[in-house]
Design a protein around this ligand. Structure first.
Ligand code: PEP
Ligand code: MN
Length: 273
């Protein structure tokens, strides 16, 4: 299997699993829970969400300040103002922050205000951007492109490592198939697949893959059972009013229930023989 994967010199499995440190959080050791709104909309919304997900046991806060939207008329994010709000939310809760970078021209800003750089599905093969985050001194969360094979995804990770940044976490977030009921098709087999092919940690996004809150609890647990190193889940104080991805975000109490079950399952799995 591994021999069919081309040019994976630096990401290829080495016998030792990499643990990526994001501030005080270690991804690849235990179960990392990352949660927060799709978009940073206001200080109140972001800080309130950060406090709620922290209370529910999250390790890190997510939130988009630069939003890659399908429509140019859709909310594009608060930009620098959003980054400053994320920093404020970290000050209030201690949760390290991951946020998407869509353009290398914002690299300095994002590095100043966030702890981890997210490369979104739509930019997974933006090779110039991959090279720039590869030169940065921040860990990278590399989402799988919705049209990308596992091999292409790992080659994208290779671009980042080749520039000298060893701290890459992979994120399976669903791929496009003929199925329409779900937003995308969560490829859970990609989790053990990349664990046999690479030494990098891999987490799962049950939110963008399903697009449906009713499916997120089951897919979160399935990801943990399948060996994922973490989950990244969208949470909003009032999902229907969200400025992006309103139909798929969890409420605070829904997230608290998922987080608790995911932790219990992860713990129970330590005892499996
Ligand atoms: C997001 O995390 O809000 C996002 C846009 O995800 P993806 O790149 O996986 O679509
Ligand atoms: Mn989203």
């Amino acid at each position: 299997m591994a021999s069919t994967m081309k040019d994976l010199k630096l990401v290829a499995a080495s016998g030792k699993r990499t643990v990526v440190r994001v501030d005080k959080v270690k991804i690849g050791e235990g179960l990392a829970l990352i949660a927060g709104p799709c978009s940073v909309e206001s200080e109140e919304q972001t800080v309130e969400t950060a406090k709620a997900v922290k209370a529910a046991g999250a390790d890190m806060l997510r939130g988009g300040a630069f939003k890659p939207r399908t429509s140019p008329y859709a909310f594009q994010g608060l930009g620098l103002k959003g980054l400053k709000i994320l920093e404020k939310a970290k000050e209030e809760t201690g949760l390290p922050v991951v946020t998407e970078i869509t353009d290398a021209k914002n690299l300095q800003w994002v590095c100043e205000h966030a702890d981890m750089l997210q490369i979104g599905a739509r930019n997974m093969q933006n090779f110039a951007l991959l090279q720039e985050v590869g030169k940065a001194d921040k860990p990278v969360l590399l989402k799988r492109g919705m049209y990308s094979t596992i091999e292409e995804w790992l080659q994208a990770a290779e671009y980042i490592l080749k520039e000298g940044n060893p701290d890459v976490v992979l994120c399976e977030r669903g791929i496009r198939t003929f199925e329409k009921y779900t937003r995308n098709t969560l490829d859970l087999s990609a989790v053990p697949a990349v664990q046999e092919l690479t030494h990098l940690p891999v987490i799962v996004d049950p939110t963008h893959s399903t697009g449906r809150p009713s499916l997120i609890p089951a897919m979160s647990l399935a990801a943990v059972a399948g060996g994922a190193d973490g989950l990244i889940i969208e949470v909003h104080p009032n999902p229907p009013s969200a400025l992006s991805d309103a139909e798929q975000q969890l409420t605070f109490s829904q997230f608290a229930a998922v987080a608790s079950k995911a932790r219990q399952l992860h713990k129970a799995m330590q005892g499996l023989q």
